[in-house]
Ligand binder design. Structure first.
Ligand SMILES: [Fe+2]
Ligand SMILES: [Fe+2]
Length: 200
């Protein structure tokens, strides 16, 4: 197998957890065969990426919630923050299930999405406009998570990592539901309210 470990090592970040030294991966699939494939290496890289991303989100979410006016939106975001903590725990279970130490890799995409959320919070007028902006930022984040967990679940299925696949499935459903709740609030209340307000 051609090694791409040098790239992975440069992205390694310690999230307060053990940082693994990138090396060839040998995992046992359900059929007992050793997994040392390129897909397994990509699976591990993506697992560490989303682990870093969920931590970054859990840190950034409270400020977003504090900026929101709609109590319905506060409730949805607060609930999803609680889910995010459980999702981090689920990722740690995945690491355990494949016999790997928990570690994160800096996720450039999530870093960018959170920077964009910061800009929206600076640029929007507090009230319906800011609420609509925060929904946009949050939905971009949810879509990134949906893509990540969907791919990870499929990788796990192909690799025969059934426990991991089941754990990703639970989180994927939560991310989709969070996105749907945000759409409902935007369509039913926040966007119409913002459309009625003039820029002063
Ligand atoms: Fe999440
Ligand atoms: Fe999410």
């Amino acid at each position: 197998m051609k090694s791409t470990n040098s790239n992975n090592r440069s992205r390694e970040e310690n999230n307060g957890h053990t940082v693994t030294s990138a090396g060839s991966e040998h995992e046992a699939g359900n059929d007992g065969t050793l997994q040392s494939s390129q897909l397994m290496q990509l699976f591990l890289t993506e697992l560490k990426d989303i682990y870093w991303a969920e931590h970054a989100l859990a840190t950034a979410f409270p400020k977003m919630i504090e900026s929101v006016t709609s109590q319905e939106l506060v409730a949805v975001l607060t609930y999803h923050l609680t889910e995010t903590a459980a999702q981090i725990g689920r990722l740690e279970e995945v690491f355990k299930s494949i016999g790997k130490p928990v570690s994160g890799l800096k996720c450039a995409a999530m870093e960018g999405l959170l920077k964009e959320a910061e800009t929206i919070m600076e640029d929007c007028k507090k009230g319906a406009m800011l609420d609509a902006g925060i929904i946009v930022a949050a939905q971009k984040i949810e879509h990134y998570e949906i893509a990540s967990y969907g791919s990870l679940r499929q990788f796990a299925v192909t690799l025969g990592l059934d426990e991991a696949a089941s754990l990703f499935e639970i989180t994927l459903d939560e991310e989709k539901a969070a996105n749907d709740r945000l759409t409902s609030i935007a369509v039913e209340s926040v966007n119409p309210e913002a459309s009625e307000k003039e820029i002063i």
